[in-house]
Write a protein that binds this ligand. Structure first.
Ligand code: SF4
Length: 266
């Protein structure tokens, strides 16, 4: 069976990799970050919700054939929108798998990934990397560009706050870099969770150990609040990281790594 559970397919996306992309949001995640802005993508099941008095269901099962037909609708734009400069120079648009944690469904996505590769479609994946190694190996075989999160690098806090095994993450990171695929690191800057000085020091040390194409800093935001409420859950209050603080983090990473570092809006 090659049906996968998704919540959305977003065409003409400009923030999920080089060029124009079609982004597939996979449902189900291996972590439970308290600040997650996509709470509807955490459970690997269909989930009822109620929003503005209307009932609905988050998630739908789609076959790889359906997904292939959908993501190929914009294929003529992918090649035409290759980046001409910067870290992505020469990379075309294409398809991005996001979530949730898309690698958890990569086994079921195999046939689609093979077809995309056969068509020469550029594939990105946005991953937290807290996944079994077998899923990562499928990605290594089929993905052109990895977006990898760096969150909490203390073993006990990582387990307690995110629900992830830091050793698994570090082993996977080592494997991902061993094959020399391009990687962009994404660092969510979340007040009281990831922005402590000792965590930032560890993040910078990790970036220097595994130099990526570039670093993206993601500022905390509350755009997922209505989705938490629709699921009957209370969103985390986030309002402690300012634009000035983001600039300081960026300047510090640039000074200590020499890498292109961008503060992203979302
Ligand atoms: S890894 Fe990403 S999708 Fe999963 S809980 Fe954390 S922020 Fe949300």
């Amino acid at each position: 069976m090659d049906d996968v559970l998704i919540t959305n397919i977003q065409r003409c996306s400009l923030h999920d990799g080089p060029g124009i992309r079609t982004t597939v949001f996979c449902k189900g995640c291996s972590l439970h970050c308290p600040w997650c802005s996509n709470p509807e993508n955490l459970a690997a099941t269909l989930e009822p919700y109620c929003k503005d008095g209307k009932d609905g269901v988050y998630g739908r099962w789609v076959s790889c054939d359906e997904l292939f037909a959908e993501v190929m609708k914009d294929h003529q734009f992918y090649e035409q929108t290759a980046a001409s400069s910067g870290a992505y120079a020469g990379m075309p648009g294409g398809v991005t798998f996001s979530g949730g944690e898309p690698l958890l469904q990569f086994d079921r996505l195999r046939s689609l990934l093979r077809r995309l590769r056969a068509e020469g479609i550029h594939v990105c994946v946005e991953t937290c990397l807290f996944v079994p190694i077998d899923e990562l190996e499928i990605a290594i075989e089929n993905v052109n560009l990895f977006y990898i999160d760096i969150k909490i690098l203390d073993k006990e806090r990582c387990q307690r706050i995110l629900g992830g095994d830091l050793e698994q993450y570090l082993d996977n990171l080592d494997r991902a870099f061993s094959v020399k695929k391009p990687v962009v690191f994404r660092v969510p800057v979340i007040g009281g969770y990831t922005d402590a000085d000792d965590n930032m020091k560890k993040i910078i040390r990790l970036i220097n150990q595994y130099p990526p194409l570039k670093v993206e800093l993601l500022k905390e935001h509350s755009l997922g609040s209505s989705k938490y409420l629709s699921l009957g859950r209370t969103p985390l209050q986030l309002n402690t990281v300012t634009d000035d603080m983001m600039k300081q983090y960026r300047d510090r990473i640039v000074a200590e790594t020499g890498l292109e570092t961008e503060v992203c809006k979302i």
